[in-house]
Design a protein around this ligand. Structure first.
Ligand code: PHE
Length: 455
């Protein structure tokens, strides 16, 4: 049975490989779909500042903590806790991570499915000649239909499963290296078009000019949740990837590079979307459909817009895929190592199981749109639950585990690669792990759900 283990422990072949794969996990629909829609719903500039603050302090610390736990344990998200703290209940943090992977994959594949639909529309020149209202109408009628979104979602889950079946190295490394820089290039070009549209200034002001009257406890929690979601932290995706990282990788600089890429791309996505939001008269708080209603308008206004549209949705599909791969790998690596399943069986079984929940998320926009819990659709509940609850709470446990249970000696060992390199900010890192991050996350969460009154 142990014969299965090497296949899940094959590791990455080069430093760039793992940075690319983890960056591939971080960069995805979270940056290009979720970031603009959450910024739009939470008032713009002030939200952005708080979001950046969270990334720089808590975000990078949780990301580094996950890499350390993963590389130290050489194990999956659940096995890592079992191995490093045998006989304790810390493995429950791993259980939470696996539940998070289930929840995120279910609604993430809904949006990834929309991306496929838009790719096909772009290929078929479906946006051509349509004005902003017609493009919004197109989105609405697609979103409210039943079969197509479900089929796209299943197809996307199938793609994810196919990559996961190929194993870690061959599957993940290959796709990320070339295509991610291409996506960035495309976004930059689209930013140029967007900021030169008539009325673009209002969008830039919305994004960059903080209006602190828009801030309340809920907005702060949304910023924290978006930081966790976008960085792929708080659920063990990066523990799992950390377990494939080589011994001589300098984890702090890897973390820094990924955080920079992830944040940079989110901000670029904002610069691409918001000027166009205002120029085309879309409501910034339009919600989950925001970028799908805005992007086709930008292509319409570009020379070569057809080609841009096709490539953009193609690359967005790939970016989404490198994220869903990291999510499914959490579940599959766990099933292989802890349940002793084969990679094949684990992949097929869990991809199918998650698709059932995923179907419900997709139907939240059509058949189940009236079905609400706590005033929210199934989709919105899954989205909220993962970003604003499961990931931050997982983050609390991860930093406490590293800061207090594994302790300074192991931390110092891992960040300095057994004393061979220096880390200047070690003391600050340990302080954040032990005190700042757990306390801040808990306060933000409790305040966000209104425990201290207000909102
Ligand atoms: N960070 C990914 C994105 O921005 C989503 C994700 C969240 C992936 C959590 C893995 C774990 O699209």
């Amino acid at each position: 049975m142990t014969g299965n283990i090497p296949s899940s422990r094959d590791g990455f072949t080069s430093k760039f490989g793992v940075v690319a794969a983890a960056a591939g996990s971080a960069v995805g629909l979270g940056n290009i779909w979720r970031f603009p829609y959450v910024v739009g719903e939470n008032g713009g500039g002030a939200f952005l500042l708080i979001y950046l603050g969270f990334i720089l302090t808590i975000g990078v610390s949780v990301m580094l903590a996950e890499f350390i736990i993963g590389r130290r344990s050489q194990s999956n998200a659940l096995g890592a806790f079992k191995k490093l703290a045998p006989g304790s209940v810390w493995w429950l943090v791993g259980v939470m991570g696996i539940i998070s992977a289930f929840v995120i994959l279910s609604f993430y594949t809904t949006i990834a499915g929309w991306t496929l639909e838009y790719l096909i529309q772009a290929i078929g020149n479906g946006f051509s000649g349509k004005n902003a209202a017609e493009i919004s109408g197109m989105f609405d009628s697609f979103q409210h239909s039943t079969a197509r979104p479900l089929l796209w979602q299943l197809l996307f889950m199938g793609l994810t499963a196919a990559v996961i079946l190929g194993g870690v190295q061959k599957g993940i490394e290959k796709y990320t290296k070339l295509l991610m820089p291409m996506l960035v290039l495309l976004i930059v070009i689209m930013c140029v078009r967007s900021v030169t549209l008539d009325g673009a200034g209002e969008g830039l002001r919305f994004l960059f000019k903080p209006d602190f009257s828009k801030i309340n406890g809920n907005v702060v929690l949304e910023a924290l949740g978006q930081a966790f979601f976008s960085m792929s932290i708080g659920m063990g995706a990066l523990i799992t990837y950390g377990s494939y990282v080589q011994k001589d990788n300098h984890l702090p600089s890897t973390t820094f590079q990924i955080a920079l890429a992830d944040t940079g791309i989110a901000i670029l996505a904002g610069v691409m979307i918001f000027p166009a939001v205002f120029a085309f008269g879309v409501q910034p708080d339009a919600g989950t459909g925001l970028v799908f209603q805005v992007l086709p308008n930008i292509f319409q206004q570009m020379p070569g817009g057809y080609i841009f549209g096709v490539f953009f949705f193609l690359l967005l599909t790939v970016a989404a895929l490198t994220s869903t791969i990291s999510l499914l790998e959490v579940v599959v690596a766990w099933a292989i190592e802890e349940l002793k399943m084969t990679r094949r069986k684990a992949t097929i079984l869990f991809a199918a199981a998650i698709s059932v929940l995923g179907g419900l998320a997709t139907l939240s926009f059509s058949e189940l749109s009236e079905f609400k819990l706590f005033g929210k659709t199934i989709f919105d509940n899954l989205d909220w639950l993962s970003a604003n609850f499961l990931l931050p709470l997982g983050g609390v446990f991860i930093v406490i585990f590293l800061g207090w249970i594994l302790g300074s000696k192991i931390i110092a060992d891992e960040v300095t690669n057994q004393g061979t390199i220096k880390m200047k900010l070690l003391k600050i890192f340990i302080f954040i792990l032990r005190y700042l991050a757990p306390i801040a996350i808990l306060l933000v969460f409790l305040n966000g759900i209104g425990v201290f009154g207000g909102n």
